[in-house]
Write a protein that binds this ligand. Sequence first.
Ligand code: ISJ
Length: 287
Amino acid sequence: MSSSDPKIRIGRINYTNVWPIYYYFPELMNTSEIDIIEQVPTSLNKAMAAGEIDMGPISSFAYGESFENYLLYPDLSVSAYGEVNSILLFHEKPLREIANGHILLPTTSATSVNLLKIILEKFYEGKPTYEYATPDVEQMMAHGDGALLIGDDAIKESWRNKTYMITDLGQEWAKWTGQWISFAVWAIRKETAELYPELVTDVFNAFMASKAKAHSNPEEMIEEAQASVGGTASYWHHYFHTLCYDFGPEQWEGLASYYKYAYELGFLPKPVNIALWSENKVARVTE
Ligand SMILES: C=C(O[C@@H]1C=C(C(=O)O)C=C[C@H]1O)C(=O)O
């Protein structure tokens, strides 16, 4: 990097779900110090792991895979207690009947793919087969018993759908565990936190301020969501209101359960510690 290059490369999920955290972010930051890279979650997960992006949202499952390299911002996540509305399984028969079937998975997701595996294999005691596919329900259902979609793909399909049963994985997780689930967490590569402590603090403050402003004043953001994705204002009010962008004790507890199941089932190679960033001091949440 030359001295005129931005100091920090920040990821951004290219779904509407993260808008509240980014909507006012550019006007609250010195943008010459940052570069924003917008991709689907699995691409961000890879770029963060490779050190091509320094911080930003990743699948919480991807944090579990590489947690030694990251710290997590407190108070930032994409979480839900119950319905999430954009992590949806489309299927024809009840879950119990497809738990040993063939399931089509989106290439864009890591958290929700493993969440679905936990639900089918641990809770329904099934052993389905899986196949990755591009997120198109008709094509997916042509050779499977269930099709998982996430993000705006799931939202748009839920508006179109007249054929299939829809299971919201946030609701399904809460039904079996009574807990929260965090789909995305905001990770910082440890060397970035060490090299640029002030900038990392400024970025955190700007994200938090954007989140607060978008929460108290969502109208402009909602108009833009309608113009770019579609849907009604009341849909987006409900969507942004139902998603939770906090990351506190209730979310840590839910995520710790998710990691425990993922480890028990062999999806993660070792138990996961949730380590939070705090003005460059590390606070451990789980051991
Ligand atoms: C709520 C959502 O959470 C997402 C799900 C992710 C995953 O499954 O890996 C990653 C990031 C989040 O954007 C969504 O995509 O709608």
